[in-house]
Design a protein around this ligand. Structure first.
Ligand SMILES: Nc1ncnc2c1ncn2[C@@H]1O[C@H](COP(=O)(O)OP(=O)(O)OP(=O)(O)O)[C@@H](O)[C@H]1O
Ligand SMILES: O=P(O)(O)OC[C@H]1O[C@](O)(CO)[C@@H](O)[C@@H]1O
Ligand SMILES: [Mg+2]
Length: 451
């Protein structure tokens, strides 16, 4: 993480303390986060590697204190707001809350007094593709200031991204050429693990060229697969939407003679959405995630279990994560524009296998397959995500003004912090199959091991 020297003065009209209920002397209290404030990363001391979910560095599970920077406004700021050009870009797939973050970044920049705020359209492509012009979100035009509030005030009421998103795009050097040519001082990058890798590369290239550009990321992904943080924005909303699909599958299955509801949910490399939606709905009999391998056929396979459920209960609901059971399918080897593997369709495969199985044993089964795909991420943020987006967006701006670059604005152990981007792009976070949450899920579904 880079930290520039800071000496400009931050001004915020609403920064005057009003409270008289606490005991802090008025002349000492200033409402700012001190640069030396820290939050503790890990809060559980595992006594042994056998403890549920234990992450240990040695057989004694030695305790390692890891402190990270607390997020929020600093008394001293690095930039002169009047001179700042700030840009916002949203990359990867859609995610509920993108507009909430854009809006808060604009509002907060405006509060600092930034006059030149632009949006880069359609992800990193917007830096490069001819015909994609940056979108002014606030600028001086003669004596008129284009009011950002008017422009972005209501964008949180709809899903999607006001700026557009994309996968793939230009090389890092081309993006930084464009940042240089546009004279951007602060770049707010909203995206998932790929975007964070991109943000890190941009940060490194800016340092190499000795450009004083703050690159600040905000972790967005319905997959919740970015390590070290409690959750990414959009995840809660996606789970809530996914739960609706499960509920429909349950109603269909419950009302049919030998009904089997099958729901496939997104999650490129991890089963967080499937696990949490199964847990929250309470209507799932079998939850399948990529982190836990399973057999479909055989004595201990999923199909045998479904047979038992139909016999004993009369109906059942299965929730499968899109990345689950890929080893059972043929892999095309194809990738998308960002280099992400294109997954084979486990949902359709399971639908066929279930049909064939029940036909083979001469038992009637009525299979209803639901694949809500983009519906779980094209919606607007729910209340908890909207709050998360608000805080993360505001903190992203505070981080840039504090002079940080190569950071991401996130939540760890319920506290809002800045993490170095390098620490969150090591590998995607995955469900810990030895952790308590997965075991809670198993208790809830009552499913056995399928191996
Ligand atoms: N290793 C990398 N280095 C530089 N840029 C990258 C890297 N990986 C991905 N990117 C860029 O980041 C952008 C977004 O990546 P990607 O499509 O993987 O989405 P994501 O940020 O992971 O979000 P989602 O959760 O929707 O998948 C793309 O424009 C891609 O070119
Ligand atoms: O079809 P698209 O837009 O490339 O995105 C699909 C992928 O993006 C995500 O929504 C987010 O990473 C995944 O859950 C899914 O696999
Ligand atoms: Mg990704």
């Amino acid at each position: 993480m880079q930290h520039f020297l800071s000496n400009a003065t931050y001004y915020h009209s609403a920064r005057t303390p009003t409270g008289d209920e606490d005991s802090t002397p008025m002349d000492m209290w200033n409402g700012y986060v001190n640069n030396d404030d820290r939050a503790l990363m890990k809060v559980i001391k595992y006594s042994s590697p056998t403890s549920a979910g234990a992450e240990c560095i040695d057989p004694d599970c030695s305790w390692v204190e890891q402190w990270v920077h607390r997020a929020g406004p600093r008394k001293d700021i690095y930039y002169e707001p009047n001179e700042v050009k700030a840009a916002i870009v949203t990359c990867g797939g859609l995610c509920p809350g993108l507009n909430d973050v854009i809006r808060q970044v604009v509002f907060t920049l405006e509060t600092y007094g930034v006059k030149n705020i632009v949006g880069i359209p359609f992800g990193f492509r917007g830096f490069f593709e001819k015909g994609l012009k940056e979108m002014p979100l606030r600028f001086h035009f003669g004596n008129t200031i284009q009011l950002s509030r008017n422009l972005v005030e209501n964008i949180n009421l709809a899903g999607g991204s006001f700026l557009g998103v994309s996968r793939g795009g230009p090389k890092t050097s081309e993006i930084v050429d464009s940042i240089q040519a546009r004279r951007i001082d602060m770049l707010f990058v909203l995206g998932g693990n790929g975007t964070h890798a991109g943000a890190n590369a941009i940060h490194d290239e800016c340092r190499k060229r000795k450009l004083k550009v703050s690159v600040v990321a905000v972790p967005k992904t319905i997959d919740n697969d970015i390590p070290l943080m409690d959750k990414t924005f959009g995840f809660d909303t996606a789970v809530e939407e996914a739960q609706r699909a499960i509920n429909s599958a349950y109603i269909e299955a419950r009302s049919a003679y030998h009904g089997i509801g099958l729901v496939k949910l997104m999650g490129r490399s991890s089963g967080f959405i499937a696990m949490h939606a199964s847990l929250s709905s309470g209507q799932v009999d079998v939850c399948l995630i990529p982190e836990v391998s399973f057999a479909l056929d055989g004595e201990y396979g999923v199909l045998q279990h479904l047979e038992q459920l139909i016999k004993n209960k009369g109906f059942c609901v299965v929730c499968v994560a899109e990345a689950a059971g890929q080893e059972l399918l043929q892999n095309s080897g194809a990738t998308d524009a960002s280099g992400n593997a294109i997954l084979s369709d486990i949902g359709v495969h399971m639908q066929q296998k279930i049909k064939t199985h029940f036909k083979g044993i001469g038992v009637h089964a009525d299979i209803k397959y639901i694949d809500p795909t983009y519906m779980v991420r094209a919606c607007r943020a729910n209340a908890s995500d909207a709050i998360l987006c608000t805080v993360l967006g505001q903190n992203a701006v505070h981080g840039a003004f504090a002079g940080f670059s190569g950071i991401t604005s996130c939540i760890c152990n319920t506290h809002y912090v800045y993490l170095p981007v390098t620490q969150v792009i090591t590998a995607p976070k995955r469900v810990n199959h030895k952790g308590r949450m997965w075991h809670r899920c198993l208790t809830s579904t009552g499913q056995p091991d399928f191996r």
